[in-house]
Design a protein around this ligand. Sequence first.
Ligand SMILES: Cc1cc2nc3c(=O)[nH]c(=O)nc-3n(C[C@H](O)[C@H](O)[C@H](O)COP(=O)(O)OP(=O)(O)OC[C@H]3O[C@@H](n4cnc5c(N)ncnc54)[C@H](O)[C@@H]3O)c2cc1C
Length: 380
Amino acid sequence: MEARRHAEVAGGGFAGLTAGIALAKAGWSVRLHEQNDELRDFGAGILLWRNAMLALEVIGVAPAIRAHGVVPDVYATSLNGEMFPPELGGYPYWAITRPKLHELLSQAARDAGVEVVTGSEAVGADPAGALLLADGTRLAADLVVGADGAGSAVRNSLPALAQERKKYQDGVCRVLVPRPAEFAGPEWNRVIDFWTLEPDAMRILFITTGPDTVYMGMMASTANERASRIPIDPEIWGERFPHLKAVVDLAAEATGGRHDAYQTNRVTPWSSGRAVVVGDAAHAMCPALGQGASVGIVNAVELAHTLGQFDDIDEALAAWEAKERAMTDAAQARSAYMAETRTLARGNGFTSEVMETANFVLDAATPAQIALYPVPEANR
Ligand SMILES: Cc1cc2nc3c(=O)[nH]c(=O)nc-3n(C[C@H](O)[C@H](O)[C@H](O)COP(=O)(O)OP(=O)(O)OC[C@H]3O[C@@H](n4cnc5c(N)ncnc54)[C@H](O)[C@@H]3O)c2cc1C
């Protein structure tokens, strides 16, 4: 009998957990290292597009997401108070809180037999097949997965991986707030993208995450220091968006939120010997399309699927990158373009070309799984 293949995964975020679950379900023994003392994510929400839902369907997590998340009825955009015709009606995408998504993936990882080690910091990988930890431990593996985020120590330790980094003008404060009575009606069960561009760009992306909570992504140029602060400055946001005062005031009281400046990192190639990077470690992207985690989840599931198709791991890694690279690069480039030009402010931004990432179908998905997520004619 062939020996069971073993993977060491660095990083317990969405990409690392997904890779761990997918590999374990494909028969690998998997140990996952998270530098923090517990597996958790911060207080915000997230959109999981159809591409991510299909990948999560393959690893059996999607039913729980559908049960705990909500489908926004439309994506509506407002510029200076003027509403554009809504988009994405009937599109299969889910909004969920990040802590809930993280909890569901963590539970699924443990159920799949992934050994989770918290308080374990990776400092690098040996392409010959070993994960290197901060305490000096060297853990041999058939595959090392660097899923340790945009600042990836695993990636940075591998000289064969070239990096092109770029920073952008905008950043986003993300918070989760209790849903106030004024925003309880069905007309708020959606994504509403509120923009003002004068005297400078400020945007509130209002996303329902269910009857009890609202996720707010509050975007501004990082040059606008008051609008780039956590905790939220209720004065500067309230002046620009007076009709949203009730949620802005709650956002100011929110704890556990975060500010991130937009950045990209294009890594080429994604593997060196037996070490591979997935998620933000491989392709951190601007959040203009809300696709970073979704693409990472797709690529993590495809990684395990492709490894199952080859006896040789090197061949599998090359085949995997060849399949996923074009979609990933396109998503990264489109998100950067949309962030730079702030295209979404003008409404009707989800053109067929933009929807290519969300509509991407991974090889691992079966026809029955694909049929669960029909794409409306308007979004093909
Ligand atoms: C404003 C904003 C909005 C977004 N909205 C969306 C959205 O709606 N939909 C979507 O799909 N994507 C969205 N994204 C993108 C998404 O948040 C990221 O792509 C995703 O969280 C990346 O997941 P990851 O697991 O690759 O990395 P991370 O989330 O960074 O996780 C990395 C994990 O590794 C751990 N770690 C780091 N270093 C080490 C180490 N050396 N050793 C061990 N562990 C380590 C970290 O503690 C962390 O747990 C958004 C991003 C931003 C900035």
